[in-house]
Design a protein around this ligand. Sequence first.
Ligand SMILES: Nc1ncnc2c1ncn2[C@@H]1O[C@H](COP(=O)(O)OP(=O)(O)OP(=O)(O)O)[C@@H](O)[C@H]1O
Ligand SMILES: [Mg+2]
Length: 444
Amino acid sequence: MRFTGLSFREPRGISFRYRLEGYDTEWHEAGTRRSAFYTNLPPGNFQFRVEARTGGLLSEFTTGGNPMLAQMSFELVPRWFERRSMRIAGIILLLVLAAIAPLVIRQRYHHRGLQLEAQVRERTRELRDANEKQIRANMALQDSNLRLAEQVEERLAAERALQTSNTDLLALNHKLEDAQNQLIQSEKLASIGQLAAGVAHEINNPIAYVGSNLRTLQRYAAQLLAAMEALTAELTRGSNAETYAELKQIRAHFDVDALAADLPELVDESREGIERVAKIVRDLRDFSRIDRDNAWVVADVHRGLESTLNIVASELKFKARIVKNFGELPPIKCLPSELNQVFMNVLMNAGQAIKERGVITVDTGRSADKIWVSISDDGEGIPADVLPRIFDPFYTTKPVGSGTGLGLSISYGIVLKHGGTIEAASVLGEGTSMRVELPIEQPA
Ligand SMILES: Nc1ncnc2c1ncn2[C@@H]1O[C@H](COP(=O)(O)OP(=O)(O)OP(=O)(O)O)[C@@H](O)[C@H]1O
Ligand SMILES: [Mg+2]
């Protein structure tokens, strides 16, 4: 608010004081300043008064000649929100707001709830989707697992098939090995047989006629000697002393008496010799049995053993004495020439195991439906680590060139073919015993 005062004496020395009645409680001295500032006045009726003075501090403030000019009244109307009606309206509004706030809040919460529900639904749907995806992935995983299991199963089956074919191959290999052994054996047999057959054939005929001639010779010699004796008697009876002396001299000269005594003995010995040769030939033929085809027959094992012993006798006789303890054996169904091959292999091994001189014992016997042949020697014996291998093909401890290592493996095959067993027992340094067991009958 601006104000002014008028003085002719001291126009610039007027000092003022003012007071806003209704607001100020005291006068404010403004000095020569001619304005007053009020801010934030409350609404209401106010009267602004101004007094002035001149002439220093001791003079009095006055309103001059016209006090009405030194005052001004005014009313400050309240602002719209300061009005009572407005306040009441505000309170009512607050009350209304307070009343509707829970509704609004509830509404909001309801809305929020709906939103949340929608969110939950959305989230649930997402989760369900994710779950379904997971299930699908799981199913795919299960599928691939199944496929994997199938593949593994296929692999295993393939492996099993491989193993089976491997086993088959092994079996085939064994069969081949057997066939090879049999081939070697039959070749061995065939060559021995051929040799024996050839020798037997060549020797048999001359032996036959030498034997028969010897028998004739024996007869002829006996006749001749008888004739000579008759002639001598006849001549002696009718002759003189001179003729008798001459006759005696001739007889002495030709040693007729000694001849007469020796001749039958000589022929006897020759016949015995030729019979022995014939027996050897028979043994050879028996051993090789080349005269019969290789068929299963019922045969006497002792006969086979005897002929084999005779065949190997030449090999053994300087080294070993043969002791035979033969029991009672029934004839058995067998392949005789092959069994002879077994006996020969075992007997040869026994002979080879004896370094200087020894004994080979051949025992035979019967137990229930089997017969057994045991051939023992008192030779060098077999070391424990060698024993399990002696039936292996080509296993030999003999020097290169002297053993093929096939004797026992071939024998094993032959005995197996007969449904029998062949076993070795040995004590190193004391000797070896080989026992062959054979069934009497063969399955039909
Ligand atoms: N009576 C035995 N005494 C000691 N060792 C034996 C006897 N019988 C067999 N053996 C051992 O068994 C091995 C195998 O015998 P096998 O008859 O199979 O072959 P080999 O005699 O060595 O050769 P091959 O018989 O083919 O001439 C022999 O090398 C030997 O070491
Ligand atoms: Mg041998």
